[in-house]
Design a protein around this ligand. Structure first.
Ligand SMILES: Cc1cc2nc3c(=O)[nH]c(=O)nc-3n(C[C@H](O)[C@H](O)[C@H](O)COP(=O)(O)OP(=O)(O)OC[C@H]3O[C@@H](n4cnc5c(N)ncnc54)[C@H](O)[C@@H]3O)c2cc1C
Ligand code: FES
Length: 283
């Protein structure tokens, strides 16, 4: 879809957890056409202060009406201003921007791993995956503490199995989402092996044998994406990661969001925000 700059009417802007807001926008001609993983570039205030727009992912997409939902955390000046905008006022937005997630044919098991606000675009993705029949979706939500865990209900309603991990152990398992990913890969290995080992012994079978069937998607801070890339590398599981780089123009003109890939520097706002993690140079 061609990107558009337009005025979006705020239908809802409500705090759903401390510092976490859900916003519903009505954007004429937009919502049914955006893809999971794409984002809007938003002028946070009513005027030009702050000057730079803020990138926020498409969180949920309505097919029938031109409604798109966002989920954002108040971080600094821009998101603070967004949180104060009231229902019935208009936001200046550009979008949908970026490439979005791909769903390759033949995959039947999906694992989604979110760090912090990485959950936001993964709900739109899970919505999309749930439209494919007979697919299993497992979501790992990693957060600092119980108060920062959002979207569990949304994923469960989609039919996904949700595993919560918090750094302080106040909800779910204590630890990092990436440690849970390692465990799941191990479990998956054993389960698949016992189902499909055939003439080979179970111990000879690795998740690598089934890698084409597994769709792994990650969204969160750079450190988490680097860890995920390291974990999946030996298994050759193709993993798409969405990057939350700081942005200037948001439309590919300033190179402010460039990251190093095997093909050279690429722009998170234009060639991304979703990249195959195997393509990223992590040094
Ligand atoms: C493609 C993309 C999609 C995103 N989707 C969402 C989303 O759905 N929900 C959400 O809450 N956030 C999302 N972010 C992050 C969001 O853009 C930042 O939180 C926001 O720009 C911060 O603006 P601010 O004015 O509130 O904070 P600032 O005053 O600019 O900064 C405050 C703090 O936020 C950090 N920060 C600023 N920009 C970013 C950034 N781009 N990524 C990570 N940290 C940043 C700064 O390091 C600082 O610690 C996304 C970022 C990208 C690139
Ligand atoms: S933010 Fe300007 S090129 Fe990406």
């Amino acid at each position: 879809m061609q990107k558009l700059q337009t005025k979006a009417e705020i239908l809802i802007n409500k705090e759903i957890a401390p510092g976490h807001f859900k916003m519903a926008l009505c954007i004429e001609g937009f919502a049914g056409k955006a893809r999971p993983g794409q984002f809007l570039h938003i002028r946070a205030g009513a005027g030009y202060e702050p000057l730079l727009r803020r990138p926020i992912s498409v969180h949920r997409i309505s097919d029938r009406q031109d409604i798109v939902e966002l989920l954002y955390k108040v971080n600094g000046k821009g998101t603070q201003l967004m949180s104060r905008r009231s229902k019935g006022t208009f936001l200046d937005v550009i979008g949908p921007l970026g490439n979005g997630f791909k769903v390759p044919k033949g995959q039947s098991n999906f694992v989604l791993i979110a760090g912090g606000m990485g959950v936001a675009p993964l709900v739109a993705l899970a919505d999309r995956l749930a439209t494919y029949r007979k697919k299993a979706i497992t979501v790992i939500i990693g957060a600092k503490d119980a108060a920062s865990v959002v979207c569990v209900k949304e994923f469960q309603e989609i039919g996904a199995k949700v595993i919560v991990v918090t750094e302080d152990g106040s909800r779910g398992d204590r630890g990092l989402a990436t440690a849970m990913l390692e465990k799941i890969i191990g479990d998956f290995d054993i389960r698949k092996a016992s189902l499909r080992a055939g003439p080979r012994s179970v111990s000879d079978v690795t998740i690598g044998d089934y890698a084409p069937e597994v769709g792994l998607y990650a969204c969160g801070p750079m450190g988490m994406l680097a860890s995920v890339a390291k974990i999946v590398k030996p298994y050759k599981i193709k993993t798409q990661g969405s990057f939350e780089e700081r942005m200037g123009c948001g439309v590919g003109a300033c190179f402010g969001c460039a990251i190093k890939t095997q093909r050279g520097y690429e722009r998170v706002c234009k060639e991304g925000p979703v990249f195959d993690l195997a393509d990223i140079v992590w040094d």
